[in-house]
Design a protein around this ligand. Sequence first.
Ligand code: LLP
Length: 446
Amino acid sequence: MAAPAPVVPDEDPSFDELLALRPHLSVAIDSGLLVEGVPLARIAAEQGTPTWVYAASPITGRYHALAGALAEAGLDARIHYAMKANDALAVVRLLGSLGAGADVVSGGEFLAARAAGIAPADIVFSGVGKTDAELRLALAAGVGQINVESAEELAMLGAIADGMGVRAPVALRVNPDVDAGTHAKITTGRAENKFGIPIDTARDLYARAANAPGISVRGVAVHIGSQITALAPYRAAYARLAELVRGLRAEGLPVERVDCGGGLGIAYRNEPAPSPAAFAHMLRETLGGLDLPLMLEPGRWLVGPAGLLLARVILEKQGAAHRFVILDAAMNDLIRPSLYEAWHAIVPVSPSRWHARLSPAEVVGPVCESGDSFARARMLPGLPAGALVAILDAGAYGAVMSSTYNARPLAGAVMVRGTDVAVIRRRQTHEALLGQDVIPSWLASG
Ligand code: LLP
């Protein structure tokens, strides 16, 4: 039997390579790592750590790049930012000011979108289980579109809207049974997933929706998963969607728009992420022939690369088998590495650390679980107590997935624009955290 081929681990990108692909980050000999024009060391001194740091310019730049590529491909396409990726009002407002609508998945996100200045008509309400109260809230405000995910939900929504004397603007989210080739926990377009209406039954349901009281059916929607780095799954899903639309039209059913969902991946490490131009070209090839307005729901692609988590080393500990770098950030702040084995770049802030000798380190937080890890066997210099590190590409699914596990208050957030730093979310205080709790009177005395 032939010897198995040796496993050659492909190397992580160097610090210089990481920065070369992230133009809003740079390094200066005196002040270390900068976000736009602001040294991260200054932000840490003023705000403490851990702190989320979002740069405005990449958000603006990426929105324009995507919108520009869609326009260049001759598509009439509108971007609805999936605010589950980052629901900071400042982030939503920035994208809204550029022309984005919002894709929301809860009453809370709906209210946040409104608070950020997004008009109700520019909001799409997605999600597999919307409550009666959430649907009423959205309908009363004049929501632009509700993506319905089942026959049961269609009936529920129709009854609510009819009772309110309105007609709900609806798109049917279909499940195209396509494997997005992404992490199992974030794939959504397989038949076995909980999402969407099986594509084979969508035509019948659409016909029913067209005549249902309280419903004004406008189109179809699809979303196959997140962090998709290949175009083939999109191509397959959109081809099936186009076929469905043609079938609906052949039956004389009106289709006004197609919601293409989100999911476009980014390069965290060295993934070959599709360019906006390639994505737009694929959309044109698959859906362009329908000559319908398209809607897109990107989240991660717009905001992921724009954010980082700034943390301080509590101490370095030499364990029996590993060197541990213990940060003051933890899995309660950024859970992606623990939950999905996600790779995030970790870069020292101090320039003196950049050219020091590298050796493998386990980068962990102080939470009492072995799963509280940011990186395994990561090549890093010695990082003494007090050193700062930036965990990159944490602008999407970072702060929004935080918890207060281990009674750790939620970290604050700043937005940097040029040389300006604005606090956009205050750090939660211990008082606020404890203040949610109530001790019943029968326990209070004694
Ligand atoms: N539209 C719908 C209906 C969605 O469910 C999602 C994401 C999006 C749009 C936006 O997808 P994006 O463009 O951001 O990939 N927490 C995971 C990601 C979960 C995505 C859930 N749905 C992570 O950290 O990777």
